[in-house]
Design a protein around this ligand. Structure first.
Ligand code: ADP
Ligand code: SR1
Ligand code: MG
Length: 422
């Protein structure tokens, strides 16, 4: 047994050569690929943590599944950086919760194997990673509504405004030990990017700017610390925990949320802020990339649509909810509760702006950058965009408490972008 109570004897790192035998005993998979079929197997993982294989029938490539396995180290760093494979246990649990709450927005799970730290799921062959689509300047007409709906449904229904006290604490208990991934977030989003830490990325002009404007800006760093405290202490709802444009697969009609291994009970505004920050990072990148002004405008419209969908669906569910951990009939008039709710949603918006600020800083100077910016080869251009993202991070952080609507947030962002970026 390892520290997480998993049997190491049952575990084996999958290779292309061992996958056919592993899958052969799983009836749900044989039903898709066919029994005894010759298989095509490719490792397609491009994430930071795990290995992902696309497995299809040689005779009919449309018959396919995805096999995702956690290995006992951090993929992006290699075996020298151990990381418990227990993370797959939480990915499996989160997928199971999402399958109950939003089955149309997550891949179908065919098989979940905690001993092997493996999940076998629907292969989204007709979809691409949203980040890649956004780098290419592609518009997705429904993605913002889908993201807003995903967050409203999963966050409201796992919050104390919807669930009873006992069932909610039981659900929370299933996620409290996602310790290592919560610590990765604490370190890599809320700590390392704000001083000269060895793990940080380096680009000379950006480093110099960060040294003068981030490392010594103690008001900004105290604000980051306040958001770290919120992250570690507020167990508000079941979060995906890593909801960014690399965790969403899309086409023109559908969106699927993947990769919920960071799931835990945390502050709702973390989820909202993280997703918004990825549209802002992409927007900055399109001062250099080919999307141009029209695409930048589309990206900022998506921020508005995500928030508005999230806000209206969250509030709608709240208005229709019965008794819950938080509320009993007869405690409030509708009008008085609505006043509380208005303040609650404004707080989420303001805190989302603060979390977006932290996310933008970590994706800029931290080890795990985003391809939108990091794949730009010209270091001077890349640095100008990085500095713009750091400036926007600081602006969101310092102005967040003045924001009461998403339109005000976007006015701030538009004004920021009206200054020269390159
Ligand atoms: P990690 O946890 O290592 O970040 P992800 O779950 O994000 O891994 O998956 C890595 C990549 O594998 C994704 O970016 C995507 O390209 C591919 N992928 C993951 N799940 C699916 C799926 N269900 N269908 C098709 N491709 C997938
Ligand atoms: C070392 S941190 C790696 C990052 O990759 C994941 O996608 C998460 O965002 C995590 O913070
Ligand atoms: Mg992941």
């Amino acid at each position: 047994m390892n520290d997480a109570g998993q049997s190491d004897a049952e575990y084996q790192i999958l290779e292309r050569s061992s996958i056919p035998a592993y899958l052969a005993d799983i009836p749900a998979v044989a039903a898709i690929l066919g029994k005894g079929e010759e298989l095509d197997i490719q490792e397609i993982g491009d994430g930071n943590l795990n290995f992902v294989f696309r497995v299809s029938s040689k005779a009919d490539a449309s018959k396919s599944v995805i096999v995702k396995q956690a290995v006992p180290y951090l993929r992006m760093a290699g075996e020298a950086w151990p990381l418990g494979r227990d993370r797959m246990r939480f990915e499996i649990r989160a997928f199971s919760a999402y399958n109950d709450l939003v089955p149309h927005l997550v891949p179908k799970i065919y098989h979940a194997d905690e001993e092997m730290s493996t999940v076998v799921m629907q292969c989204l062959d007709d979809h691409i990673i949203l980040r890649i689509g956004m780098i290419e300047g592609i518009r997705y007409p429904l993605v913002a509504q889908h993201i807003g709906e995903f967050m409203a449904e999963t966050l409201f229904k796992t919050s104390a405004w919807s669930m009873g006290s006992i069932e909610r604490r039981e659900l929370m208990h299933q996620f409290t030990l996602n310790t290592e991934l919560c610590k990765l977030t604490e370190d890599f989003i809320f700590t390392f990017p704000y001083f000269a830490h060895d793990s940080n990325y380096s680009n000379a002009a950006t480093d110099q700017w960060a040294k003068e404007n981030i490392h010594t800006d103690y008001q900004y760093k105290r604000d980051v610390l306040a958001f770290k405290e919120l992250f570690v202490s507020k167990s508000e709802a079941l979060l995906h925990g890593d909801l960014h444009s690399g965790s969403i697969m899309v086409n023109q009609d559908e969106s699927y949320i993947i990769d919920p291994e960071f799931a835990f009970f945390g502050p709702i505004s973390f989820e909202v802020g993280k997703v918004i920050s990825n549209f802002l990072l992409s927007c900055t990148s399109h001062y250099h990339r080919s999307g141009g002004a029209d695409y930048r405008q589309w990206l900022l419209e998506q921020v508005s649509l995500i928030w508005k969908t999230f806000d209206s669906r969250f509030v709608e569910q709240w208005e229709q909810a019965g008794e819950s951990t938080m509320l009993s009939d007869g405690m409030f008039s509708k009008e008085d509760l609505a006043k509380f709710r208005d303040g609650f949603m404004v707080n989420i918006l303001q805190d989302a702006a603060g979390f977006a600020a932290c996310s933008m800083a970590r994706r800029t100077v931290g080890i795990a950058g985003v391809a939108d910016i990091r794949d730009i080869e010209d270091l001077e251009i890349r640095s100008a965009l990085e500095i713009a993202n750091l400036k926007l991070s600081k602006l969101l952080m310092s102005e967040r408490k003045k924001l009461t609507t998403i339109d005000e947030l976007l006015t701030l962002v538009h004004k920021f972008y009206s200054n020269p970026i390159l």
